[in-house]
Design a protein around this ligand. Structure first.
Ligand code: ATP
Ligand code: MG
Length: 758
């Protein structure tokens, strides 16, 4: 079994344990994903039919990479594996089984925009106060309910939920949920959460179907198990119930989707669900240098809620972690980009080796600008997907309508685009008529004469006839010919062609690009079903990375930390380490939110193999105004012995009015922590503060520590009382070694440390 070389004994044991329930909860970079990959290869080598293996991954990209690796070991057999995200795998199953739960097999998948648009229409009809009921809020509420498998009926009959809603003045939520679900059903549409919710319904209501898939998926594996929600948990549990050949891997310290309903309880319950569970521990990190692993450990140690793990690396110590200070977000971009340029040249690296990770999508702007100025090729992952562009969505809406004429959101989107004289009032009338007569809007559209007067009725009727003609075309032509026909005859291509602006040209090219994609699809030899309907099926689930034609292109990767999960890069820059940005402002109200934010930082740091740089700006443009920023508390938490500071950036030269505000902000910051203050005598104290128990205070106010001396007693916001035992370095980079009564010795960088002299 030489293909199992390259596993340590513990990993190998986990791979060889193919029968029964297996759980691996282990630190970052310890080979969890590798174990799954090898395990699948091993199963196939042992003669398990690849059709019988289901692997659930966190992104489609991860699934693709895994499949490639497995192909190396077992050959084309790997093609038949069921492998992908929960959403894509169960969308595929629902396509086959939809009719059992009352849906057409060509059901539409509503993306978030579609769902919110449905909600906005409902809120408007119900005349609700938009302060209490805005579409985002309602969407999240419904999503949370679905992920806990609470349908509209359960929602409305649950006394606790009803009491909660009424107490916040939102007693109508249940009614909205019910209407929303009914609208989606009428439109033959499922939203993202439905893909899991309805799968649960299918498996619950149809034991024979459950049995079929239990027998089909004889072996199940789930990566990133810590981020599964209740709905996902139950699907896995049900599917595995007969064979119990289930292997889950994850890391509680990397759980970062609580806001989407992910529940750490899924890990803790696992032992209860499977008493004969085999647990494997992986402790060696193969990804990162010792310094990076130690920094990561020192970050996560600040969280109270975590399973104990001892992660270590046997790689070199590596460089210290570089902390860069910039005086503005633009300068931060410049420092990061220049660093990448230099390291690439000096160390002979590729652009591919670098990643820039940020907390929020908005931060990509300053990074992009800086990279462009230096001609560094880059790619943004998880940003606005190709399929989310307006022109693409428009054409796709025509396709959607062709295959599922009940798709109300698609209908509303294109009934008057390109313009054909059908105004909003007419659209409202169509929907109202459908509601009143218990038919679908499309049925109104093809029989308009009964519902509206002459001229309007003619335009609406023509639109209906056109869609019906597309249905015939789609049945009889290849995917590409049908798509081209629809793009032309809907008038969409002409409309874009006539817009000669740069953006217009761009949009026209994007449509061409989509048509090319369809052509390629139609010419593929490895699949049998190649109709436009098949191409269309799961377009809503595609992300930017899935549409990546040049996935091997040599570019720097930019992405949010959330989408970096599971990935690794030689060098990583984590940017924007500022209070109210990272940790985000919204996380400051509760310990559990703050701990989730800290886990996110842990995820970011553990993506790096050889070198990690962290940066912050002392001022940043937010919503068009310049604001001052404070370094993140997370910087303060890192053990300073692993840090190397780069504070070489200087404020921009004066005289350039653009920089004037930034310069002022910069000077103000300098004042606050680096100018030496006149020494004042340390207060004389008779009893040591160390005798007192430390009570953390909400209103902790750090004091000026520029004249801190050996032997002084201090209070730290979280570490409690301590005594200074050593000071080294020059202002503003003084490092203080402090002995804390409660947690022992720690080295802190004074300018980040939230300290008070007592
Ligand atoms: P994460 O928690 O970030 O998802 P993980 O636990 O899934 O990490 P992997 O991505 O599987 O870790 O492995 C991290 C890196 O270490 C990969 O590059 C992998 O190939 C390598 N690696 C894992 N185990 C070994 C091993 N036994 N020998 C050599 N390299 C290994
Ligand atoms: Mg992994």
């Amino acid at each position: 079994m030489d293909y199992l070389e390259g596993l340590n004994p513990e990993q190998r044991a986990a791979v060889l344990q193919t029968k029964g329930p297996v759980m691996i909860i282990a630190g970052a970079g310890s080979g969890k994903t590798r174990v799954i990959t090898y395990r699948v290869a091993h199963l196939i080598r042992q003669g398990v039919d690849s059709f019988n293996i289901l692997v659930l991954t966190f992104t489609n990209k991860a699934a693709r990479e895994m499949r490639e690796r497995i192909t190396h070991v077992v050959g084309p057999e790997a093609k038949n594996l069921w492998m992908g995200t929960f959403h894509s795998v169960f969308a595929k199953i629902l396509r086959v089984e939809a009719e059992k739960i009352g849906y057409p097999s060509n059901f539409t998948i509503y993306d978030t925009d579609d769902s919110k648009s449905v909600l906005r229409a409902i809120l408007k009809e119900m005349n609700l106060d938009d302060k209490l009921y805005n579409a985002n809020f309602v969407y999240n509420r419904i999503s949370a309910a679905k992920n806990n498998l609470i349908g509209p009926r359960e929602y409305n009959s649950n006394e606790q939920i009803q009491a909660d809603d009424f107490s916040t003045g939102r007693g109508q939520l249940g009614k909205i949920y019910e209407t929303y679900a009914a609208r989606c059903f009428r439109a033959g549409a499922m939203d993202f959460d439905d893909l899991l919710f309805k799968t649960n319904e299918l498996l619950r209501e149809h034991p024979d179907t459950l049995y079929k898939y239990q027998n089909k998926f004889k072996y199940l594996m789930v990566d990133e198990y810590q981020d599964t929600n209740f709905s996902q948990y139950l699907i896995v549990k049900k599917l595995a119930a007969i064979n119990e050949n289930l292997c889950v891997v994850g890391d509680d310290a990397q759980s970062i989707y609580a806001f989407r309903g992910a529940n750490i309880q899924n890990i803790l319950n696992f032992e209860k669900d499977y008493p004969d569970l085999k647990v494997f521990k992986l402790e060696q990190n193969y990804r990162s240098t010792q310094n990076i692993v130690k920094v990561a450990n020192s970050i996560i140690a600040n969280n109270k809620e975590q399973l104990k793990k001892n992660v270590f690396s046997e790689k070199d110590h590596g460089d210290k972690i570089k902390v860069m200070r910039a005086f503005s977000d633009n300068e931060e971009g410049k420092m990061v980009a220049e660093g990448i340029l230099q390291d690439r040249a000096n160390k002979g690296m590729k652009w591919n080796d670098f990643a820039i990770l940020y907390r929020t999508n908005a931060q990509s702007r300053s990074m992009e600008e800086a990279l462009r100025k230096l001609n560094i090729p880059y790619k943004i992952y998880g940003g606005l997907s190709f399929y989310q562009r307006k022109e693409i969505k428009d054409l796709i809406a025509y396709f959607r309508l062709t295959f599922n004429p009940n798709d109300e959101e698609a209908l509303k989107r294109v009934i008057n685009y390109p313009k054909r004289g059908i105004g909003d009032t007419t659209v409202d009338r169509i929907i109202l008529a459908a509601d009143q007569h218990g038919i679908t809007p499309f049925e109104v559209v093809v029989n308009p004469g009964q519902f509206m007067d002459g001229r309007t009725s003619a335009s609406v009727g023509n639109f209906g006839t056109m869609i019906q003609s597309f249905q015939v075309i789609a049945k009889n032509m290849t995917a590409y010919d049908a798509a081209l026909h629809i793009a032309q005859h809907s008038g969409l291509l002409k409309d874009l062609y006539e817009d000669k602006s740069v953006e217009g040209l761009n949009r026209y090219e994007n449509i061409q690009e989509l048509l090319n994609g369809i052509k390629e699809f139609a010419e593929r030899e490895d699949i049998e079903e190649k109709g436009l309907d098949v191409f269309m099926q799961d377009v809503a689930l595609l992300t930017n990375d899935d549409n990546d034609k040049n996935k091997d292109a040599d570019t720097v990767s930019l992405m949010t930390i959330h989408s970096s999960k599971g990935l690794e890069f030689k060098q990583v820059n984590v940017v924007g380490l500022e209070e109210n940005l990272f940790p985000s402002q919204m996380s400051l109200n509760s310990r559990s939110d703050l701990e989730e934010e800290r886990r996110l930082f842990y995820v970011a740091v553990t993506r790096a193999e050889n070198k990690l740089s962290i940066s912050y700006a002392t001022s940043r443009f937010k919503f068009g105004t310049l604001i001052n920023c404070e370094p993140s508390r997370f910087l303060d938490e890192i053990d300073a012995q692993y840090l190397e500071l780069d504070f070489t950036a200087k404020p921009a030269p004066t005289g350039n009015p653009f920089y004037e505000d930034e310069r002022k902000a910069w000077n103000r910051k300098e004042d606050s922590f680096s100018k030496p203050k006149p020494a004042s005598a340390a207060p004389v104290k008779t009893t040591s503060i160390l005798a007192k128990a430390h009570v953390p205070s909400e209103n902790f106010a750090p004091s000026d520590t520029s004249n801190l001396q050996n032997g002084m007693e201090v209070e730290h916001e979280r570490f409690g009382y301590g005594k200074v035992i050593n000071l080294e370095g020059k202002a503003p980079d003084i490092k203080a070694t402090i002995f804390f009564k409660e947690i022992g010795q720690k080295q802190l960088l004074l300018k980040f440390a939230k300290l008070r002299i007592v």
